[in-house]
Design a protein around this ligand. Structure first.
Ligand SMILES: [Zn+2]
Length: 686
């Protein structure tokens, strides 16, 4: 993969991307040359230019491709395309296959999604537009006609569709084609959805290649761990993983969801390029498409993009006159991109240095039915928080990528309620543990097959030494507690107590010899007279711990990670940190010690190695947006160097200084004196 630079296709070398997402009004007022100069000043490798499919930005002849009302006789796409091309930028033709107008509905009702009454489904925000169906000929006739027209008229380098495949949830359609499909929330439907997505993706890619063999097609993905399309299937096909993950608002979205997206990409892309679209506009539950978001919030999103191994992407909606009515995002993005351009070799990653893998469970995210009132993503939210608090370096691992060669780099794998696992995946995990790998799992992990069929007992029962002994128990008032029965690394640091927090839900398992924690049953919160456990001592395990050779295995019957997220309880942070540290062992390839809540990444890079520290120590960590940054002090870094590698210099890319370092026992040590929002320690290595 990392052959001579000239053998690598251009799209795998992209370091920066820009997009002015054109509005219908832009052809009337936008200054194309001025914008092209702006993107050139950002040193972007490519720009996305709107063709669309909802509104044409050029003189189309494709029926029902309506020309924008301000287009007149202008070739707006052509003007933008040639302005970019003459400045040496690659041009991606952007299309939207998701919506069309009433005249198209009248002529081609079969193109559109239908409700249960057979009526075309109206777009929620503008009732003049209707939602198209991805199983219809709209996708195989209309969209290809536009793509071929673009090929015939313009020198483009690739094609992109916005809004398809759908992000976040599977489509619901009652058109004659879809009525023959399984129900849209079923795994059987998901199979059809993935088959159709792969079929269309390949078709569009071959149309892109009709122009030039090097051209390619890609689409919006993203959605983090809750992505709808099968990411392993698309990861194999897609040249450019475009994450439509533009930002957060004041809706309790934690700071790290952009970095989490990067981890998802790394799990499926095998080193290929991924971009994360940062909205310059005001993202969140209340939106302003043409008003800039706060500079610090946008900057942290870019930081996370880079740190997690993705390529930054500056996205502005609407050009209007001059460089826009709101120009506040322009200069910060230019400065940021200029800074990254100085250090491209340190941001070009070869592999992540982490020996903990977190299984992300795409099927579980899509199809698992958690207890009432529970959101499936909360299991990962809680575990992620515990991993950050414990300063662990980790990768995501997709459940369809559990082959031995893929897992060999990991000392431990964590399964945060990965309920759906096939027999084959359970066998892969068993083989991993038999070979000395360590495992930590919670709650209903492996209790369901990949088809969401409930097993009588855990698929991994033998691996953890557990047996299901009842149905899920919830909480009525007080959640259950856990009684400390014996001393162990997992309960280190709990003093002056026999009881610690348990979890909100648990799946009872059979008693084990020498339990470490047992369940103290829950009881009511009110009245306090009745707020005591009866009995207070049981033999039901609150954790099951097993050691076989090098392999350490921990199973929590409770949804401890999710309860940490819901309660914020520090006992659960300590318990999870201890358990993760115990399964992962003391021999971590990278440690970063210091104050503050940080997210960290370590990479082998084109130039050597890089350690990224994102400073989340901020009152807006759990709820946007960031106002100010709160600098943290010295961070002491230790990295084990691979045999034969020598470091010549440690450079702080943000601080702009070189720092001293010591090498002994095969490890390099140095200190980052201060982190404002983000620091990258770049190790130049021979
Ligand atoms: Zn349909």
């Amino acid at each position: 993969m990392f052959g001579a630079a000239s053998d690598i296709p251009w799209q795998r070398k992209i370091r920066r991307v820009g997009q002015l997402n054109m509005t219908e009004h832009d052809p009337a007022t936008m200054n194309v040359e001025e914008w092209a100069d702006y993107w050139t000043s950002l040193k972007v490798d490519a720009v996305l230019v709107s063709v669309t499919g909802i509104l044409a930005f050029y003189q189309t002849k494709v029926p029902f491709h309506r020309k924008g009302k301000y287009l007149g006789d202008r070739d707006f796409f052509g003007d933008c395309c040639s302005a970019a091309k003459k400045r040496g930028l690659h041009v991606i033709a952007r299309m939207s296959p998701d919506l069309n107008w009433a005249d198209a509905v009248a002529a081609h009702p079969e193109w559109f999604q239908q409700d249960s009454q057979g009526k075309a489904v109206v777009h929620t925000e503008d009732s003049r537009l209707f939602r198209t169906c991805m199983f219809s000929t709209y996708m195989t006739d209309y969209m290809p006609a536009i793509m071929r027209e673009i090929n015939s008229l313009y020198d483009v380098d690739g094609m992109f569709t916005n809004a398809w495949p759908p992000l976040g949830r599977l489509p619901v359609c009652h058109c004659p084609v879809c009525r023959k499909l399984p129900p849209s929330d079923s795994i059987e439907y998901w199979d059809k959805f993935n088959d159709r997505t792969v079929e269309l993706w390949k078709r569009y890619d071959s149309i892109a290649k009709e122009k030039k063999a090097a051209n390619f097609y890609f689409a919006n993905l993203g959605g983090g761990i809750r992505s709808t399309a099968n990411l392993v299937k698309l990861g194999e096909m897609c040249e450019w993983f475009q994450c439509d993950n533009q930002g957060r608002g004041g809706d309790d979205t934690p700071m790290w969801v952009c970095a989490m997206q990067g981890r998802v990409c790394n799990a499926v892309q095998d080193g290929k390029m991924a971009t994360n679209v940062t909205g310059a506009w005001s993202t969140g539950p209340v939106r302003w498409r043409n008003v800039a978001k706060g500079e610090n919030e946008a900057r942290m999103w870019m930081n996370e993009t880079l740190a997690s191994g993705m390529v930054p992407y500056h996205h502005i909606v609407g050009g209007e006159t001059g460089l826009g009515e709101d120009r506040r995002s322009l200069e910060p993005a230019r400065k940021y991109f200029e800074w990254t351009a100085k250090h491209d070799r340190h941001f070009t990653n070869k592999r992540s240095i982490a020996d903990i893998g977190v299984v992300m469970g795409q099927r579980t995210q899509l199809f698992y039915r958690p207890p009432r009132g529970v959101l499936t993503q909360q299991y990962m939210d809680g575990l992620y928080y515990a991993l950050l608090e414990g300063r662990f370096l980790f990768d995501f691992v997709h459940e369809e990528k559990l082959a031995a060669d893929h897992l060999s780099k990991y000392r431990a794998l964590i399964l945060p309620n990965i309920a759906l696992l096939s027999d084959a995946q359970c066998a892969q995990l068993r083989a991993y543990a038999d070979a000395g790998g360590s495992l930590l799992a919670t709650f209903e992990t492996s209790l369901y097959s990949e088809r969401n069929e409930k097993r009588p007992d855990f698929g991994l029962a033998d691996v953890f030494g557990i047996r299901k002994a009842g149905e899920i128990k919830g909480t009525n008032g007080n959640a259950y507690a856990a009684r400390i029965e014996s001393q162990h690394a997992i309960v280190e640091g709990f003093a002056d107590t026999h009881w610690i927090a348990g979890a909100e839900f648990r799946l009872p398992v059979a008693a084990v010899d020498h339990p470490l924690l047992t369940v103290v049953p829950g009881f009511v919160a009110y009245p306090p007279e009745l707020a005591y456990p009866e009995p207070s001592h049981t033999s039901e395990p609150a954790v099951v711990v097993k050691e076989e050779g090098r392999s350490r295995r921990v199973y929590f019957p409770g949804d401890v990670e999710r309860t940490l997220w819901r309660s914020g309880h520090t006992d659960l942070t300590r318990l999870l940190r201890n358990a993760i540290r115990w399964v992962a062992g003391q021999d971590s390839p990278v440690t970063i010690e210091g104050d503050g809540v940080v997210e960290t990444f370590a990479w082998e890079t084109e130039a050597g190695f890089a350690v990224h520290v994102l400073n989340y120590t901020n009152p807006a960590m759990h709820r946007g947006w960031l106002r100010d940054f709160y600098p943290i002090g010295s961070q002491r870094v230790r990295i084990k160097l691979p045999a034969g590698r020598r470091v010549t210099r440690v450079e702080l890319l943000r601080g702009g200084a070189t720092v001293p370092f010591q090498v002994n026992g095969g490890s390099i040590r140095f200190t980052i004196p201060r982190v404002v929002d983000y620091e990258v320690a770049a190790l130049h290595s021979a």
